[in-house]
Design a protein around this ligand. Structure first.
Ligand code: ZN
Ligand code: ZN
Length: 352
């Protein structure tokens, strides 16, 4: 029998890494939650107690730690690579797509992500920590707006509380508003209402760093009305990014959904006029905009933002799917706003 490989990451790191790899592979979230919950439970009791309990075989007495997560933690506490981790590293750690590496290497951040405050699966801090691990300088937290009740959209009051939490997370992570370190930025994915208005108060929109505006309702609206709706949203001085513009779903567990119809030329010309970036939504089930529209936006001279739209930490790594599409379409990196430094991004995102 061969000796197990040594592992010095510790139990919490091993559990987080397993969750990351499963999320990145877009595996069933139920199974992943167990690893995230166990990591949180072990972090809460502290390293010494974890080592003691691992030796005594009593980890499963802790709330949130089951048999398989205890097995992982026990191996890691002994300094051995957990079998489950080794298996997942072999299966899921490789490149997600062919191509996109050049653009991915140029990215400094991500403008679209969700936490468990709306329909994401993980706490804000976990999203931020994973963004740091992926090498980002910034991550914009963009939970949903009030009208999207199915996704627990944030009222103005909840958003105001979230902004305090973002400040606290930045303090905790050692983020410095003027420094070079990572910073979690304040944002929103604000619903574009039927008439093109945005679903949040001006006061709250004004307190944010970056705003992504997206259509989530009445996607099958007649083209002329949809065009007016989207142009009005793009013309709103608060809008910085037009999220997943067609709303289509091409594959995956949520089924498929046709792209909305609108006058794409008129919408993209409005984006140029109002200095709004067209999002390249990297989620494989969205691939939005479709290639024909992506090339149209490129030819019209739009800015772009390549966003993960992550609902779990590991999904932050799906951004490379969007990079691959941007590279294939020949979009110059300087027209991709998240290749910009944080200062440049922040000054661009402030309304003039
Ligand atoms: Zn959305
Ligand atoms: Zn989103």
């Amino acid at each position: 029998m061969t000796e197990p490989q040594t592992y010095d990451g510790g139990p919490v790191t091993a559990l987080r890494r397993i969750a990351f790899l499963l999320e990145r592979a877009r595996e069933d979230t139920y199974k992943i939650k167990a690893y995230r919950a166990a990591a949180a439970a072990l972090l809460a009791v502290g390293e010494d107690e974890v080592v003691r309990r691992a030796a005594a075989g009593t980890l499963t007495e802790l709330d949130g730690v089951g048999k398989s997560t205890a097995e992982v933690a026990t191996s890691a506490a002994r300094g051995e690579v957990p079998a489950r981790l080794a298996q997942l590293e072999a299966k899921h750690a490789g490149p997600l797509v062919r191509g996109g590496e050049v653009v991915r290497a140029a990215l400094r951040g991500d403008l679209h992500s969700h936490s468990d405050w709306s329909d994401g699966g993980s706490p804000i801090e976990e999203m931020a920590m994973t963004a740091i691990e992926l090498g980002h300088d910034y991550l914009v937290l963009t939970d949903h707006s009030p009208r999207l009740t199915v996704a627990h959209g944030l009222t103005a009051e909840r958003l105001a509380r979230q902004l305090d939490v973002v400040d606290a997370v930045n303090d905790h992570l050692g983020g410095d508003a003027d420094g070079d370190g990572f910073r979690l930025l304040k944002g929103i994915e604000v619903d574009i209402l039927d008439d093109g208005r945005l679903d949040q108060t001006d006061r709250m929109l004004g307190r944010l760093d970056v705003r992504v505006a997206s259509v989530h309702s009445k996607l099958a609206m007649e083209a002329p009305a949809m065009t007016r709706r989207m142009v009005a949203a793009v013309a709103n001085p608060w809008t910085n990014v037009l999220g997943h513009c067609t709303g289509r779903l091409v594959t995956g567990g949520r089924g498929t959904r046709a792209a909305s119809s609108f006058d794409a030329r008129a919408v993209f010309e409005a984006c140029v006029e109002h200095d709004v970036a067209v999002e390249i939504n990297a989620r494989p089930e969205r691939r939005d905009p479709p290639t024909r529209l992506l090339e149209l936006a490129r030819d019209i001279g739009c800015l772009f933002s390549i966003d993960s739209d992550a609902h779990a930490p590991g999904q932050l790594d799906l951004q490379v799917h969007g990079c691959q599409r941007a590279e294939a379409a020949g979009i110059p990196p300087d027209r991709i706003v998240n290749t910009w430094t944080r200062d440049r991004l922040l000054s661009w995102a402030q309304p003039v």
